[in-house]
Design a protein around this ligand. Sequence first.
Ligand code: TC6
Length: 693
Amino acid sequence: MELVQLALRGRVAVATIANPPVNALSAGVRAGLAEAVAKAGSDPAVDAIVIAAAGKAFIAGADISEFGKPPAAPILPDVLEAIESCAKPVVAAIQGVALGGGLEVALACHARVASPAARLGLPEIKLGIIPGAGGTQRLPRLIGAAKAFPMMLSGEPISADKAAGYGLVDMVALGDVVEAAAALAQDLASKGAPPRTADRAEALTAADREAFEALAADATKKSGDMPNAMALIEAVRGVFTLPFAEGMAAERALFRTLVADERSKALRYAFFAEREAAKVPGIEASVKPRPIAKAAVIGAGTMGGGIAMCFANAGIPVTLIETEQAQIDNGINRVAAIYEMSVTRGSLTPEKRDERMALITPAVGLTAAADADIVIEAAFEEMGVKKQIFGALDGIAKPGAILASNTSYLDIPTIAAATKRPQDVIGMHFFSPANVMKLLEVVRPAGVADDVVATAVALGRMLGKVPVVVGNCFGFVGNRMLAQRTRAAERLLIAGALPHEVDAAVTAFGFKMGPFAMSDLAGNDIGWRTRKSLGKKAAVADALCEAGRFGQKTGKGYYLYPAGARAGQRDPEVEALIASISAQKGVTRRSFTADEIVARLMDPMVNEGARILEEGIAARPGDIDIIWLNGYNWPAWRGGPMHWADTVGLDVIVKRLEAQAAESGDATLEPSPLLRRLATEGKGFSELKAQAA
Ligand code: TC6
């Protein structure tokens, strides 16, 4: 089938792009578009041209998978130049998303018609690049830089109505968008030479420039170390300082530099890894998820309340269940307070708040879960409690209902064995705060029904989560790897580093917080309790807890928090304590560079990731990366721990782990067989094939 089909509607030629699933601008589409415009442009039977698209999307942008390859002619800027220079009017008929290069196609047209459901945006910033086919030059010329720049800086698409208000689209068509575009094109044809966006300057006023510069100054302050925000400012500023052709050349040069940057490669890798994670090995696409019209959540603590909010936010009625009235009252009040905060901040209307609260029914006693299609348990992390709840639910929940546990490390098959329907029992591990964090680990024990797994994944997406299917083991994927980092951080303290040095190295790496500041925030007593229950020790962490230093909530932990302070201050008492523990262990303390600290923290995590792959707990390295990006704030532009390991080189990681294992005498630091094999073969994790989780 032709990627771009040309057909006549009266004297208007309609070029329809058909490149499923999202009409990305592959080399073939670019060539087809150029050819269609050239052909229609020289056809005496044609007065005007419409560019339309088949399917749900108008055009989702450049084909992201082509970015790593040498550009194939015709390149998009040249195709767009041909469209804009066409002597006959060219009108875009936008029936779905017009993103990135897709919106740039529409901008090069002489007019734009959109259907009400269309969404228009330039999301390049999220891929570490900037628009590279005139977006930074044409959008400001059309709607002013003060409106165009925020669209490009956030990358968020806008609605057709908003676009019409901006003057980005000329008409929102309620009926057939192609028909409306054809009528507009014919009308333009009767009015002489069509208006070229490149020639328009009326929006570029002194006031517009002033407003843009204020926004740019603000963005500069907040840009962190992502180079593309700065490049975006430079490119957009060009609309005021450079003629169109020079502005285009400057944009292109910046785009080329950014596309080749490791940070953009990591963001593109994550885009595809996230979509890959949605495909569960071993489960056919034909497996239908069970319908979920009503949910129940057991436990109205912070976690249970947050999960109930996820359902309400997605418009699914949910019963929030506790054992006593006072507890459910507290839970509901906490949820109401969170919604109230959103209303105060202006991110939620009072009507929406009321709608969402009305979807949450408080209840006392498990029998309230009788009519739920899915029950998610978020009670205490104690196997006895879980078994009791699941045993009782077995007698209450309707046949076919899915029984899920939000446990963060307990054995799902043991929980399932408390019921007579283990095929319906699954793990759904949300991350705190559950109404905010994107990650959902779907834990798939042996024996669970395929359609239960498919339902958990589909439901996760309905709740706006990024679901990743993992196998059953202690801590699953994320927390199992985190435990390695926590142990490594403790080892570093004993070897000679101080908490602030470790945290500084980790924030310089790109995390928002270091492990010790994070532990102080979450409460050091949480890990202490877990260690005690498992019979494990951590000399420094245990000593701090024994001294009542639980973190921010007690005013002191690894750091000091004088009245009201959120940022911790170094505490000589803690540093002396650490030094004394090193001395007791006979360790001569030494200093560590930031790079050494990062290596010592991350390498053991990567090693654990390799074991997780060996055991089939994760299906793909990309799944592990998506878990870390969405559940643990791993810096997006570093692509996740397994991608990062590939960029470092697995041979380097193996050597460093061997050295650490030898120094510490800790055999768990020995590189895993998979890591060794890949390193010996000169390969990276990216070369592994998917396996069933
Ligand atoms: C740009 O345009 C720069 C231009 C400068 C030129 C010089 N390319 O997300 P979904 C695939 S930068 C290739 O699951 P949805 C995706 O991998 C680009 N493939 O669906 C998946 O494939 P699979 C700016 C793409 O309905 C399938 O389509 N554009 C692209 O939830 C379905 O995707 C963007 O950043 C692409 N551009 O959401 C837009 N887009 O089935 C990125 C999608 O084999 N795309 N695929 O796994 C999106 O935001 C969303 O995909 C969506 C559809 C809103 C278009």
